[in-house]
Write a protein that binds this ligand. Structure first.
Ligand code: SF4
Length: 70
């Protein structure tokens, strides 16, 4: 299993992660990204079988607030 982490505090709401990886990320009503299926909190985590597009989203994030643990 791998883990996707999102530090919501650092997110500037640019939308890149949602554009590159809508499977896992979406912007929500506070203007910041949210990991789909993660419960809403300051640092979100989601365990996944495959990282897939989340890797591209992490690389593209200007705030470097998406982290992948393999
Ligand atoms: S790419 Fe980074 S800064 Fe932009 S919305 Fe996603 S998490 Fe936030």
């Amino acid at each position: 299993m791998a883990k996707i982490k999102l530090e919501r505090e650092k997110c500037i709401g640019c939308g890149s992660c949602q554009a590159l990886c809508p499977k896992y990320f979406e912007l929500i009503d506070d203007g910041k990204s949210h990991i789909k299926e993660a419960t809403k909190q300051d640092i979100e985590e989601l365990e996944v079988e495959k990282i897939e597009c989340a890797e591209s989203a992490a690389e593209a994030c200007p705030s470097q607030c998406i982290h992948i643990e393999k």
